[in-house]
Design a protein around this ligand. Structure first.
Ligand code: 2P0
Length: 355
C-alpha cells in the first residue's frame, strides 16, 4: 500500500500554520472519509462512553468525503446545525449538540457554534456516514474551540460521537482497541491507531444495492443484538480471535487471508443479528445475489471477498488490478452501480490548498 495512505491526520499542533482555520478565529473546516471494518465493531460495553465489547479493524476509503465547518458564535443562544444545507432536527441534531458539549467541557469554553456538515455518501445507508461525520466534526470542533489534540486523543474524542468514527481519524488500515474497564480508564484505553501493512495494493468495490436509509439504526440494532441474541457472546469471542489473525495477514500482505477473515467475521456478525429477538435483517435478496457473484469470481480465480455492514450494500475486497473486473461482475449480479474505492487518508483540517 502506498505510504501516503498510512499517514497520520494533520495534527492540530499544526494549526498555527493555518491561521484561517485555527482557534484564533474560532472557526475550522475538516474533511474525513468513511471506513469499512474488516473485523467488525458490534456491541458496546458502555453506552455513554461508547466503549465496545471487542476490538475492530478497518480500511479508511478515498471516496465519499464529509466536509464539516464549525464556527463559534458567541452571540447566539444555541447551536445551529445544518446537514447537507438543511437545518438538523431530532436525533441527528441532539447527537451533534451533545458532541459539542463534550468538546466545550474539554476546552473549558461555553460559546455556541454554527455547524455545517456535508456528506457525499448517502446518510444512514450502512455506508459509514456517521464515521466520516463524527471524525470530521471532532477535528473541526477541536480546532475551533482551541484544543490541541494528537491523533490518539482525536480518535478517543471521535469515538464519543460514533464508535466507528474513532477509526476514520486514521488513514488506511486502523485498529480500534476495545481497551478494558469503564469510566475514565476505559475511555483512555479505547482509541484507534494505524496498522502496519506490507505489499498490499487493495481496492474495495462497493455494490450499491440500495442507498436508501436503513429501517433500524445501527445503534439500536447493536443494543438489541447484545441484549437478546444468544449468538452474540460466541461472535464477540470469535471476533476477538480474528483480530490477531487479521493483523498477521496484513503484516505479510496476504490478501486471501485478509479477505477470508473479513468475510467470516461479517457473516458471523449478521448471524448474531438474525438471532436477535426480534431479528435485525439488513441483508436483502440483492445482497445475496452479489455474494453469489463474489463466489463466482473466486471460482474463476479472482481473489474477491465480501463484507456487509448495517445495510444491504456489499463491499468487496480485491487486488487493485482486479477492481474493474470485480466491479463489472458484482454490479451485474446485484443489478446495481458498483463504485471502486481505494485506501484513503485520515481526517484532516482544511489548509486552504484543497479545492
Ligand atoms: C463497523 N458498524 O465496525 C460496524 C459494522 C456497522 C456494522 O460501526 O452506535 O454508527 O454510533 O457507535 O459507529 C456502525 O456503528 O455506531 C458500525 P455507534 P456506529 O463499522
Amino acid at each position: 500500500m502506498p505510504a501516503d495512505h498510512r499517514s497520520e491526520p494533520v495534527g492540530l499542533r499544526e494549526r498555527g500554520h493555518h491561521a484561517a482555520t485555527g482557534s484564533t478565529t474560532g472557526a475550522a473546516t475538516a474533511f474525513a472519509q468513511p471506513n469499512i471494518a474488516l473485523v467488525k465493531y458490534w456491541g458496546k460495553r458502555d453506552e455513554r462512553l461508547v466503549l465496545p465489547h471487542s476490538s475492530s479493524l478497518s480500511l479508511t476509503l478515498d471516496i465519499f468525503p464529509t466536509t464539516t465547518t464549525v464556527r463559534l458564535d458567541p452571540a447566539a443562544g444555541t447551536d445551529a446545525v445544518t446537514l447537507g444545507g438543511e437545518p438538523a432536527a431530532g436525533e441527528p441534531r441532539r447527537r451533534v449538540v451533545a458532541f459539542l458539549d463534550l468538546v466545550r467541557d474539554l476546552a473549558g469554553r461555553t460559546e455556541p457554534a454554527v455547524v455545517d456538515t456535508r456528506n457525499t455518501v448517502p446518510t444512514g445507508a450502512g455506508l459509514a456516514s456517521s464515521a466520516s461525520g463524527f471524525a470530521a466534526l471532532a477535528v473541526a470542533s477541536a480546532a475551533a474551540y482551541g484544543l490541541d489534540l494528537d491523533a490518539t486523543a482525536l480518535s478517543r474524542l471521535a469515538r464519543r460521537g460514533s464508535g466507528s468514527a474513532a477509526r476514520s481519524i486514521l488513514g488506511g488500515f486502523a485498529v480500534w482497541h476495545a481497551g478494558e474497564g469503564t469510566g475514565a480508564a476505559g475511555d483512555l484505553a479505547s482509541y484507534a491507531e494505524p496498522v502496519p501493512v506490507s505489499g498490499l495494493d487493495p481496492a474495495l468495490v462497493i455494490a450499491l444495492v440500495d442507498a436508501g436509509p436503513k429501517a433500524v439504526s445501527s445503534r439500536a440494532a447493536m443494543r438489541r443484538t447484545v441484549d437478546t441474541s444468544p449468538l452474540y457472546r460466541a461472535w464477540a469471542d470469535s471476533s476477538g480471535a480474528d483480530l490477531p489473525d487479521m493483523l498477521a495477514a496484513l503484516r505479510r500482505g496476504d490478501l486471501d487471508a485478509v479477505g477470508e477473515i473479513a468475510e467470516r467475521n461479517a457473516l458471523g456478525m449478521h448471524a448474531t443479528m438474525l438471532a436477535a429477538r426480534p431479528a435485525v435483517r439488513y441483508l436483502s435478496p440483492a445482497t445475496l445475489e452479489v455474494l453469489d457473484g463474489v463466489l463466482q469470481l473466486r471460482r474463476d480465480g479472482v481473489p474477491a471477498y465480501a463484507t456487509m455492514d448495517a445495510g444491504p450494500n456489499v463491499k468487496v475486497l480485491c487486488h487493485r488490478t482486479d477492481a474493474g473486473r470485480v466491479a463489472e461482475v458484482v454490479g451485474a449480479a446485484g443489478r446495481c452501480p458498483a463504485v471502486v474505492a481505494r485506501p484513503g487518508p485520515g481526517a484532516r483540517l482544511w489548509t486552504g490548498d484543497e479545492p
